[in-house]
Design a protein. Structure first.
Length: 132
């Protein structure tokens, strides 16, 4: 046995073709889209309450899209998951457009949509308070 410490025994949950999924906010709170992968770390509860704000809705959608993409990397023939992936991509696009209209650019490249360079315009995230 190594003098550095005990050996680890890895464990990976096997996902079937149609695993259960959290809604977007619960997925963001839990750190995974899939309840079967929501395992506590040293008996600590993973989930924390995330405020339902426009920016957090965008984060949740982006997170779920990433999770579904990773799932599809290993399950490319799961047509139901791919259809769900497509619907979340469409939802994220709509939510992003709405956010850009109401709040302003999320990234520097978003400012290219305006008639002039608007990235430096306010308000910056610390200058306004999102509705809770």
């Amino acid at each position: 046995m190594s003098s550095c410490g005990p050996f680890a025994v890895p464990f990976v949950v096997e996902q079937g073709a149609d695993p259960k999924k959290y809604d977007t906010t619960k997925a963001l709170e839990s750190g995974t889209l899939f309840p079967d992968l929501d395992l506590p770390f040293h008996l600590k509860i993973n989930a924390a309450k995330v405020a339902d704000t426009p920016s957090n809705q965008l984060r949740a959608l982006a997170f779920v899209i990433q999770e579904l993409g990773l799932y599809l990397d290993t399950h490319p023939n799961d047509s139901e998951a791919f259809a769900l992936f497509q619907s979340y991509v469409a939802l994220e696009k709509t939510a992003r457009e709405t956010f850009l209209e109401k709040v302003g650019p999320l990234t520097m490249t978003d400012s290219a949509r305006a008639s002039r360079y608007t990235w430096g315009d306010g308000p910056w995230p610390w200058q306004y308070r999102e509705e809770e």
